[in-house]
Design a protein around this ligand. Structure first.
Ligand code: GUN
Length: 297
C-alpha cells in the first residue's frame, strides 16, 4: 500500500496567496532584508528564492550579500543598521555563517520586532513561555503540513529527530503547543529506531541523507521530512548530484499514511512562513491591524 504525498508546494502556494492578499490590504508595502555572508552555493539558492518570492507577494526586499571574509564587527554593524532602519520590517541573516563569526552574537543584533526567523532570545523565550510572537519558519511549516493530514494534533505522539535551534527544538515546542506528546530524539538517543516507531508523526531534521528507513516508521504514521541533502547521483551521469531528504522516500511511502517529499515538501513552506512572519512583524511594529487573510492562523 502506498501513502499519500503531502504536497508542500501546493500548500505553500496557498499560504503565499493569503500573504499576497494581506499585503494588498496593508497601508504600505512591508520590506524584508536578507543578509547572506560567504559563498555557500545552497545558501545562495535559498536566498535568491526568498528574495524572489518576497517580491512576488508584493513586498519589497533588500538583499545584502557580503564576502566570506567579512568581519564579525562589520556584520554586526550591518545588522544593527537594519534594526535601526524604520523602513525595514523583517531581517533574516542566512545561516550558517562563516566559522569566524559568532551566530548568537549576530542574532542578538536583530531587533526582536523584526525577527522574522524567530531565532532571537526574545522570540525563543516567547515560544517557551507560550506567549504570542514570531515563530521559526521551518517548524511552523512542519506543523501546518502535519495538520493537513491530522487537523487535531492533541494527544498525537510526535517524535522529532534533531535538536537544532533552527528546527528540532522549536518544532518540538510548536507541536507541544498543539497538545501533542512530544519526544526529541538525537544522536545520543538509545534505540532510535524503536523510538521513531512509536511516532504517529515523525519529523526528521538531522541532515543525514535517507537515514530513516521503512522499519523506523509505524504503519499509518505521518512523516515530515525536513532534510535536504545533496548526494552523488551517478545514475544521472558522471559527477551529477541530486537532493534527497533525511527519510528514504521510496521505502517510507510504502509504510506511512502520508509523507512530505524532499524537495517539494517542507522547503516551500519555510519561505511561505517567512513571508507571513514579515507581514505579522510589519503589523506589530507599525501598529497596523493584521489583515483578515492572515488573522486566522
Ligand atoms: N539556513 C537554513 N534554513 C534557514 C532558515 O530558515 N533561516 C536562516 N536564517 N538560515 C537558514
Amino acid at each position: 500500500m502506498s501513502g499519500r504525498i503531502i504536497d508542500g508546494k501546493a500548500i505553500a502556494a496557498g499560504v503565499r496567496a493569503d500573504v499576497a492578499a494581506a499585503v494588498n490590504a496593508l497601508p504600505a508595502q512591508p520590506t524584508l532584508a536578507v543578509v547572506l555572508v560567504g559563498d555557500d552555493p545552497a545558501s545562495h539558492v535559498y536566498v535568491a528564492s526568498k528574495v524572489k518570492t518576497t517580491n512576488e507577494v508584493g513586498m519589497r526586499s533588500v538583499e545584502i550579500r557580503l564576502p566570506a571574509e567579512t568581519t564579525q564587527d562589520d556584520l554586526l554593524a550591518r545588522v544593527a543598521a537594519l534594526s535601526a532602519d524604520p523602513e525595514v520590517d523583517g531581517i533574516l541573516v542566512q545561516l550558517p555563517l562563516p566559522k569566524h563569526i559568532s551566530e548568537p552574537a549576530v542574532l542578538a543584533a536583530i531587533d526582536p520586532l523584526k525577527d522574522v526567523d524567530g531565532l532571537t532570545e526574545a522570540s525563543a523565550g516567547k515560544l517557551v513561555l507560550g506567549k504570542p510572537g514570531l515563530r521559526p519558519c521551518t517548524p511552523v511549516g512542519c506543523v501546518i503540513l502535519a495538520k493537513t493530514e491530522r487537523p487535531d494534533l492533541a494527544g498525537a505522539n510526535v517524535v522529532v529527530i534533531g535538536r537544532s535551534i533552527l528546527v528540532g527544538k522549536p518544532a518540538a515546542l510548536l507541536f507541544l503547543e498543539q497538545n501533542a506528546t512530544v519526544t526529541i530524539a538525537h544522536s545520543k538517543t538509545r534505540d532510535l529506531k524503536m523510538v521513531c516507531r512509536g511516532a504517529d508523526i515523525l519529523v526528521a531534521a538531522v541532515g543525514r541523507p535517507e537515514m530513516v528507513r521503512s522499519d523506523w516508521i509505524r504503519p499509518g504514521a505521518i512523516v515530515i521530512d525536513v532534510g535536504t541533502n545533496r548526494v552523488p547521483a551517478p545514475e544521472k551521469g558522471e559527477g551529477k548530484t541530486k537532493l534527497v531528504g533525511d527519510v528514504h522516500f521510496a521505502e517510507a511511502i510504502e509504510v506511512a499514511a502520508a509523507i512530505t517529499p524532499s524537495p517539494g515538501g517542507v522547503g516551500p513552506m519555510t519561505i511561505a512562513c517567512l513571508l507571513r512572519n514579515t507581514v505579522l512583524a510589519a503589523c506589530a511594529r507599525r501598529g497596523w491591524t493584521v489583515p483578515t487573510a492572515l488573522a486566522a492562523g
